[in-house]
Design a protein around this ligand. Structure first.
Ligand SMILES: [Zn+2]
Length: 703
C-alpha cells in the first residue's frame, strides 16, 4: 500500500521573513495575491500600522496556488504534496511534512488536474511530487497528467495508507528517521481544524503530525510512534476527537503526553498559538470556517514562524482569535481565502488598537448565539466604520436610563459633511425582546456599505441620501432580556415607577399621549405609558436627535421606519384613532402613506394597514414623527406572521435571520429612495417639492 522510500531528508526550512506575521484562514473569493490597501472604495486600511495580505482565489485550488506563489515567488520548490481537493483526509498531516521538507501543498480534482494547478507545478518545477491518498482520491489519469507536465527526472509517487492515519504515518516515515523528532503532534483524523491549528506548531518544533480515531489508536500510528520514539506527544483537540483512553495508549509508548484544547476549534487554535508561539512571533496567518485553505497554508505559516488562527464563518471575528490579536498586536496578517471587509477590519482594528474590546455584555443563549449580542453589535458597527470610513460615522445618541449608550450610525457618501440631502431614519428595539429588529438594522448597515462598490442602486442611494440607523433604542431592556443566559420576555425599559420596572418607550412619545386607551396607566402593565409624557430618557433622546435634523428651518428626515416584531405587517399612522381616514392627516399625505405601504408590501410580502387596524396605540413614535415633522413614518412588524408557540413567535431561531432580513432589502431601499420626495408617489412632486428636488423618488403604485 505504501510506496514510500525510506528517505530521511535533511531539514531544509526556508529562512523566515523578518517582521511580524499571523495567519488566519478562510473561504474563497478574490483571485490572486493581493496586497490590501484600497480594495474597496471607502476603505482606509492603509492608515493602519497593521498590514493584511490576502491569498485568495475562486476555490481551494486557486487559494493553494496563491499560497504557493507567495511561498515560492521565484519557483523552485523541492517537493510538492498533491492532495485531493474534494477529500482532504489524506492531506491532514501533510502540512508539517511539507514544512519540514521545504515544499508546497497543492490540490487537484480526482480525475483531472486543474489548469492553474498544472501551471503552478510547472512553475515550481519540483524534483518530487507526492500524491496523497489512493486512486479513489486522486486517479491514475491525474498522475499521468502531472508526469507529462514535469521534467522526465521528476519523481512522482503516491503515498497512501489504508486510511488517513495510515497516510499520515507513511508521510512521517518518509521524512523522519528514528529519534529525529523529539515532539510529535496528534489530532483526531476527523478533526481537520485541529490538524490545521496543530500544523504550524508541529513544524515549529520539527516534528510530524499523526492521526488517531476518537476512541482507538490505529496500528499504523502506534507503529510509527514506536519507530520515531519521540520524547513527547502533544494532542491537539478535545476528548471527543482524541479520547482519554487513546491518550493513555499513547502514554504507554511515549514518556510525556500533553493535551492542548479549547472550547471549540477556534479556541483550540488560540490555545495552540498561546502555547507554542510567543507573543514576539507576531506574523499571523488567518483561516476561516473551511479547513482546505488552512491546510495549504501550513507550510507558509511554518515559514513565517506563525500560528494559524481562524476568523469564523460569519461577520464576527472568533473571540479566541480576537484575544490573540489583542494580546500580540501583530504587524502583519496573512489571510488565506476570502474574508469580508468587516471581519478584516476587526482583525486590523483589534491588532492596532483602533477597535476596543467591547465591555462584557449579556450574551444570547448558546442555541441562538448567531444573534449579535450588545457587545458584538458594537464591535460590528465600529468595524464597519473602520472598513468604510468615508461612508459610515458611528456615534452614541446618548445614555439610557441605566447609563448604556444608544448607538447609532450615519451612512452617506462624504459622511463627515452636511450635504443637505434627503434623510431617512431607521430605528429598532424599542421593545427589548424584539431581537430580529437589531439583525435587520445590521443587515441594512452591511448592505449600504458592502454593496456600495458593486450595486448601482445602493451607490446612488448612499450618494444622494443620508441614512441614520439607531441600532437599539432600549439597551437596558435588552440587557435584562438576555440576562442569566435565558430569555425573559421583557418588553419595556428598566425605569422603575410605582413599585414596578419599565415603561413602554413606544407609548411615551408626545403626540396624543394617553389620549385614547391605546396604552396603560398601570405601571405593572406591559404597555405602561410612563407617569408623564417623555418620561423615558430613550424617547427623549430620539426626540432630541430628530429635532437636531432641522437645518435652516427644514426637517431633513423625510421617511422613517421603526422595526418591531412580529406579524409581517407594514403599519402607517395613525395609531390613536379608529377612523378609516385619519382625522388629522391630509388626504394627500394619507394617500402617500397608503401607496408607500402597498409598494413596500409588494416587495416583502407583508400586509399593509393603518396602525390602529392592528390595535389602537397612543403616544407612539410614528404618530409623533408624522405630526411633529410630517415625516412619512412606518412600523414594520417583522417575521413571523404566527407560530404555534409563544417562544417561537417572540424569539425566532437564528436559522431564519438571513432569509428574513434579506426579505426586506427591497422595501427598505425603497423607503430610502422615497425620501427624495414622498409626494412624487402620488404624482404631486411639483406641488410639494417645488425647488431643489433633484432626486425624484419612485412614483405611482408599483405593478
Ligand atoms: Zn414592538
Amino acid at each position: 500500500m505504501v510506496h514510500a522510500r525510506p528517505r530521511f531528508a535533511a531539514r531544509t526550512r526556508l529562512l523566515a521573513a523578518l517582521g511580524l506575521v499571523a495567519l488566519v484562514v478562510g473561504g474563497v473569493e478574490t483571485p490572486g495575491v493581493q496586497a490590501d490597501s484600497a480594495a474597496q472604495p471607502g476603505n482606509a486600511f492603509g492608515s493602519s500600522s497593521v498590514s493584511t495580505e490576502r491569498l485568495g482565489g475562486a476555490d481551494q485550488y486557486a487559494v493553494a496556488v496563491a499560497i504557493s506563489q507567495r511561498l515560492f515567488p521565484a519557483g523552485g520548490a523541492p517537493v510538492v504534496y498533491l492532495a485531493g481537493g474534494q477529500n482532504f483526509a489524506d492531506a491532514l498531516a501533510a502540512g508539517p511534512i511539507a514544512a519540514h521538507e521545504g515544499g508546497a501543498i497543492l490540490y487537484t480534482g480526482s480525475s483531472a488536474l486543474p489548469d492553474a494547478v498544472g501551471q503552478e507545478l510547472v512553475r515550481l518545477a519540483p524534483a518530487r511530487v507526492e500524491v496523497l491518498g489512493g486512486t479513489s482520491v486522486i486517479g491514475a489519469a491525474v498522475v499521468d497528467q502531472v508526469t507529462a507536465l514535469l521534467a522526465p527526472a521528476t519523481v512522482v509517487e503516491r503515498v497512501a495508507g489504508a486510511d488517513a492515519a495510515g497516510t499520515a504515518a507513511a508521510l512521517s516515515a518518509v521524512a523522519f528517521a528514528p529519534h529525529a523528532a523529539t515532539t510529535v503532534f496528534v489530532t483526531g483524523s476527523g478533526s481537520a481544524q485541529d490538524a490545521v491549528a496543530a500544523g504550524p506548531a508541529a513544524a515549529q518544533l520539527g516534528g510530524p503530525l499523526l492521526l488517531v480515531a476518537p476512541t482507538s489508536l490505529p496500528a499504523a500510528t502506534a507503529a510509527e510512534l514506536t519507530r520515531l520514539a519521540p520524547d513527547r506527544v502533544v494532542i491537539v483537540g478535545a476528548t471527543s476527537a482524541v479520547s482519554d483512553a487513546v491518550s493513555a495508549a499513547i502514554d504507554a509508548i511515549v514518556p510525556l503526553v500533553e493535551r492542548v484544547t479549547g472550547a471549540d476549534a477556534y479556541a483550540t487554535a488560540g490555545a495552540v498559538a498561546t502555547r507554542f508561539f510567543s507573543a514576539a512571533a507576531t506574523d499571523v496567518i488567518a483561516g476561516g470556517p473551511g479547513y482546505a485553505n488552512g491546510l495549504a497554508a501550513v507550510p507558509l505559516a511554518a515559514n513565517r514562524h506563525a500560528p494559524i488562527l481562524f476568523f469564523g464563518p460569519e461577520d464576527m471575528l472568533a473571540t479566541p482569535t480576537r484575544d490573540w490579536l489583542v494580546a500580540t498586536h501583530p504587524s502583519r496578517i496573512v489571510i488565506a481565502g476570502s474574508v469580508s471587509e468587516v471581519v478584516r477590519a476587526q482583525m486590523v482594528g483589534f491588532s492596532d488598537g483602533r477597535l476596543p474590546v467591547p465591555p462584557a455584555t449579556p450574551a444570547y443563549p448558546s442555541y441562538d448565539s448567531g444573534y449579535h449580542d450588545p457587545g458584538e453589535m458594537l464591535t460590528l458597527i465600529r468595524a464597519t466604520e473602520l472598513a468604510y470610513p468615508t461612508l459610515v460615522h458611528v456615534f452614541s445618541m446618548g445614555k439610557s436610563y441605566e447609563g448604556r449608550d444608544i448607538w447609532a450610525a450615519k451612512i452617506s457618501d462624504n459622511v463627515s459633511v452636511e450635504e443637505n440631502e434627503p434623510e431617512v431614519l431607521i430605528d429598532t428595539l424599542h421593545h427589548a425582546d424584539e431581537h430580529l429588529g437589531v439583525e435587520q438594522a445590521l443587515y441594512m448597515l452591511a448592505t449600504l456599505t458592502s454593496q456600495y462598490a458593486t450595486d448601482a442602486y445602493v451607490r446612488r442611494l448612499v450618494n444622494e441620501r443620508v441614512v441614520w440607523i439607531v441600532f437599539a433604542m432600549n439597551p437596558d431592556g435588552w440587557a435584562y432580556d438576555l440576562s442569566g443566559g435565558k430569555y425573559h420576555f421583557w418588553r419595556k425599559n428598566r425605569q422603575p415607577y410605582g413599585g414596578y420596572y419599565g415603561t413602554d418607550i413606544n407609548r411615551n412619545y408626545g403626540y396624543k399621549w394617553a389620549c385614547c386607551s391605546g396604552s396603560s396607566g398601570n405601571p405593572s402593565a406591559y404597555n405602561f405609558r410612563g407617569p408623564t409624557v417623555w418620561s423615558t430618557p430613550e424617547a427623549r433622546l430620539l426626540r432630541d436627535f430628530v429635532a437636531s435634523r432641522v437645518i435652516g428651518g427644514v426637517q431633513l428626515i423625510k421617511t422613517h421606519v421603526t422595526l418591531h416584531t412580529n406579524g409581517e405587517l407594514i403599519l402607517y399612522p395613525d395609531g390613536w384613532s379608529k377612523a378609516t381616514y385619519p382625522p388629522d392627516i391630509t388626504a394627500d399625505d394619507h394617500a402617500v402613506f397608503v401607496y408607500m405601504a402597498r409598494n413596500m408590501s409588494r416587495m416583502n410580502g407583508y400586509r399593509p394597514m393603518k396602525s390602529s387596524s392592528l390595535y389602537v396605540t397612543d403616544g407612539d413614535e410614528i404618530d409623533w414623527l408624522y405630526h411633529q415633522y410630517r415625516i412619512f413614518s412606518f412600523t414594520f412588524e417583522l417575521y413571523p406572521v404566527d407560530q404555534p408557540t409563544l417562544t417561537a413567535m417572540v424569539y425566532p431561531p437564528y436559522s431564519i435571520v438571513a432569509a428574513q432580513t434579506a426579505r426586506n432589502r427591497g422595501a427598505l431601499l425603497y423607503l430610502i429612495d422615497a425620501a427624495g420626495c414622498p409626494w412624487a408617489i402620488i404624482g404631486k412632486a411639483a406641488q410639494y417639492c417645488p425647488t431643489g428636488t433633484p432626486i425624484p423618488p419612485p412614483s405611482g403604485l408599483l405593478g
